[in-house]
Design a protein around this ligand. Structure first.
Ligand code: NAD
Length: 504
């Protein structure tokens, strides 16, 4: 009989995750596989095909054929949009299955995994609408020229994604790439291949032509790198760590590839003394402890104005201690198991570092009631100095650093004192200050008096070490299309006549 704290296995759990190339599910050319662990018992439950250059070559060839011969790049926007709508329906029809697979494979609490299908479906509907409404610019020079823009899909798009909310993040790349007319080769994260195995069925049911969607599993250094190095892949959209992003940029430079880089973060949440404290507490707790803290936009540094610092810290720590850590499949669980033992060890290493750098207010290790699995009690450090590693480095787990400040200028300085610049959150009831501070923070996205709520039309992406380029709305389509300008003369053009002695 299954013990009470054994992982809850979804029914019909696959034992293999293979590649999807040209509409077929295939193993690696080499036959090699990689073991896939679940994070509760840390036991292998399946294998994934370990893709290498030969598999990437096949996937790119299928995608390239779909680009040069297939109907997809030439279809009307409305035609592509109707397929994208059907993909959204296919995702929603698998909502329960997706949530179970995602929660089992990544350790995300099931209640939070359930939201992922809705968000992924929304990404497809949104980009279907964007592509239908998209216009191409025209420029008129009265009487002499009309110049107009033609957008064409760039070619095969290489999509490389991480293990946190994997399916949803894959959808955020797949939807605009497909909307723009680009065939894709997706390389999901090696830790979490399970939910990506749903795509093939969803795409086929929606009527996406074969070869437009391809997926190659495997390690970053093998499958990922081969995709980056492939000459027939002009675009790479990457989400992952900043160090990996830099490596990809170096390798892509020799091909001058188009790059979209969504990288790491160490985002500040600034709480001024005049803030609505109960709301700021709710939001800053949710901001770092939801999704197990494995969230790129986590507000993992909280800067608090001195007059409310003591009160904020004690109320924050009390709430953090009350967060329910437990098996991912249980409805009451608020923080589940971290994705993989290697990542768990890394996060624990930061917790030990933090104990020497700051004051531990809550957590600090494994919860007593969970002797196995990658569980960490929500961990709160206060009095964290800005030179501390736990202030500067991305931990990507349920760990938060709280630091006091005295003036608005100091808050901005502290907010900007790290290499990252993805998101920021500002809590104040002073309207002018809110706008002022919001505009002064080096971050791609700032929320005033709110946690991270997305509007898909707005630019998404970071600055500094958090990324390059912006996605969202038409910006995503800009990335996946080339703009060609066609210049048309409306009358006789005066051309200097070389070779006639009348060239001026
Ligand atoms: P990672 O960089 O280790 O891996 C991401 C993907 O890149 C994986 O598929 C991996 O196999 C692949 N990869 C690794 N090395 C590669 C190489 N040399 N060439 C090509 N591909 C390679 O990141 P991770 O640990 O999976 O994800 C966590 C990171 O992602 C965190 O830093 C987090 O902040 C970031 N993230 C950013 C955003 C954002 O939108 N800015 C969103 C989610 C996650």
């Amino acid at each position: 009989m299954e013990s009470a704290d054994a992982p809850r296995r979804p029914a019909d759990l696959p034992e293999r995750f293979d590649h999807v190339i040209g509409g077929e599910t295939v193993p690696s050319v080499s036959g090699e596989t990689v073991e896939v662990l679940e994070p509760v018992a840390n036991k292998p439950y399946a294998v994934a095909a370990a893709g290498q250059a030969a598999d990437i070559d096949r996937a790119v060839a299928a995608a390239r054929a779909a680009f040069t011969e297939g109907p997809w790049p030439e279809m009307t926007a409305r035609g592509r949009a109707s397929v994208l709508y059907r993909i959204a329906e296919g995702i929603e029809a698998r909502e329960q299955r997706l949530a179970e697979l995602e929660s089992f494979d990544t350790g995300l609490p099931i209640t939070q995994a359930r939201g992922q299908a809705r968000r992924a479906a929304e990404n497809f509907r949104f980009f279907a609408d964007v592509i239908v409404a998209l216009h191409e610019d025209a420029y008129r020079v009265p009487g002499s020229q009309i110049n107009y823009v033609v957008r064409r899909p760039v070619g095969v798009a290489g999509l490389i994604t991480p293990w946190n909310t994997p399916f949803m993040l894959e959808s955020w790349k797949l939807a605009p790439a497909l909307a723009a007319g680009c065939p894709v080769v997706l390389k999901p994260a090696e830790y979490t291949p399970a939910s990506a195995s749903l795509w093939a069925g969803i795409m086929a049911e929606a009527g996406l032509p074969e070869g437009v969607f391809n997926l190659v599993n495997g390690f970053g250094k093998q499958a990922g790198q081969a995709l980056v190095d492939h000459p027939d892949v002009p675009l790479i959209s990457f989400t992952g760590e900043s160090a990996t992003g830099k490596e990809i940029m170096r390798r892509a430079a020799s091909h001058l590839k188009g790059l979209s880089m969504e990288l790491g973060g160490k985002s500040p949440a600034i709480v001024f003394a005049d803030a609505d404290l109960p709301s700021a507490l709710d939001s800053t707790l949710f901001g770092v402890f939801s999704l197990n803290g494995e969230r790129c936009t986590a507000g993992s540094r909280i800067l608090v104005e001195r007059p409310v610092y003591e009160e904020f810290c004690s109320r924050y720590a009390e709430r953090a201690r009350a967060i329910v850590v437990g098996p991912p499949h249980e409805a009451a669980t608020e923080v589940g198991a971290l994705v993989h033992p290697e990542h768990y060890e890394r996060v624990l290493g930061y917790v030990e570092t933090g104990k020497a750098e700051a004051t531990l207010l809550a957590g600090g290790g494994r919860p007593e009631h969970l002797p196995e699995g990658n569980y960490l009690a929500p961990t709160v450090f206060a009095d964290v100095p800005p030179q501390a590693r736990i202030f500067r480095e991305e931990i990507f787990g349920p760990v938060v650093a709280i630091t006091p400040f005295d003036t608005e200028a100091e808050a901005i300085e502290l907010a900007n004192a790290v290499d990252y610049g993805l998101a920021a959150y500002v809590w104040t009831t002073d309207l002018q200050r809110g706008h002022r501070v919001g505009a002064s923070i080096d971050a791609g996205m700032v929320w005033l008096n709110s946690h991270n709520i997305r509007d898909l039309r707005t630019p998404f992406g970071g600055v500094k070490a958090s990324g390059l380029g912006k996605e969202g709305g038409e910006r995503s389509i800009d990335f996946y299309t080339n703009e060609h300008i066609i210049h048309v003369a409306l009358g006789q053009v005066h051309t200097p006549r070389f070779g006639t002695g009348q060239s001026s």
